[in-house]
Design a protein. Sequence first.
Length: 530
Amino acid sequence: MRDAWSTALLRLLAAMIAATCLFGCASLPDVRGRPDSYAVDASEQTSLGRLALRSTPDPTLTGVRLLPTGPFALSTRTALIERAQRTLDLQYYLLQDDVTGRHVLHLLKAAGARGVRVRLLLDDMYTAGMDELLAGVAAHENVEVRLFNPFTAGRGSVLTRFAASASDFHRVNHRMHNKLFVADGAMAIVGGRNIADSYFMRDPNQNFADVDALMVGAVVGELAKAFDDYWNSELSIPIEHFARGPMPQAHQQKFKLTDDETIATLAVRGTIDVLGYGPIAEELDDARLGLIWGVAHAWVDLTDKVWNCRPIPEGSTAPHLHTVRLKVEEMMRGARRDVTFSSPYFIPGSNGMDLFQEGVRNGISFKVLTNSLAATDEPLAHSGYRRYRRRMLEMGMQLYELSPTRASRDRGFGLMGSKSLARLHAKTAVVDGSTVFIGSMNFDPRSDALNTEIGVVFEGPQLAREVLRLMNLDKLQSSYLVRLSPIDKALEWVGIDEYEEVVRRDEPDVDFSMRLYLQLLAPLVAESML
């Protein structure tokens, strides 16, 4: 998620004050000398560890279960928190102060009370107004909350934070976009979801079509180490530097209301998700796990990426610039037949265009799913995609754009029947029907150069088939195929309505005011800031 109004404003602000990097970096609180803490390995001494170890057929393998529907993804997190006995490590770009966010905080606080060590690491972009709430959660001796790369002044709102950090803009403009959840060193969740109502089909107005994955086995150790690297970084500052507990009475009352609301709407037992799987909680209770097994590895950006105060030059081969984005590009360059990927914010840049052109020249088929203009919560980012759209079509790529209304007709991502608008948020890639990437990375300049990212690459055709099934591109139920008209080469959007092909020649589902907005503002924002 990128909060629409604030991010659009920040992009314009960024364009005006980017040069302030020359003035150096404002100081963060000095945390040198504090003791480091580390993840634990999966152990037979915990129920999650025992199940993970006994389910693993080979210690070099990783078991994966996709979590494509919001209610199942939330219930899985709830089940792991409630069953954890030793440690819980959570790392997120956004934990919102809404029903879902407070529910997770409530569960974490309860876990700490029963003796579980809880480490919660949040990026500081969207924590405005939450300092007291987070400090209240961290007031228990077993619970620690840290903010990554925090704003040290003007903490009342996103706007005042950036305004007070003008001389330190290039540091605070780098954000931790990672999403990671590890329970008892035994089970992990990686993917695109933040912690907020709209990621779990709980927002009445708009929800994100997203996917993440439960993982067991070899890759969990790699992910746990990645968490430690961020947690012990000098960029991770304890919440106590900004506020202290105990939790104010108003927040305690919110917790009580949240708990009642959430319990009433978390009923997924006895049901199955769009891939035919039942709730993880039921499998945990029965001491069994239905997983897809294969070789997997974690790809994680270094925390040092935040200190890079200069734009990353395209084509650079410096070792510290081998980011998740570059690893994904290398994976795509190794394709022999086809590449299919989803990126809600899709701005290929010259490096990406070179990759696509080279692939097409070598006979590789590219299919890309991104948001339509009507579906995106980032119109300015969409303008960056539009700069490349025609060229990608001319070179032979297949582009699909999610429709915010048509998606409710499709079972993919669990949106069927939803009355809210749908927005794509899944970041996945499948190469040659066998290599799968699932993570937090968008194919855009921000993920490339400014945000830290995380993901897992997995080898196995069964998982690849499930990811492709979720995208469901060929049936055109939730998305439009964008093409060049065979008559005059104008852009056309093709969909299927009641089994008949429907062709539109304007951006679907948007009005004149949105088109005018892009025409006026898009030229003002440099691509590197999109």
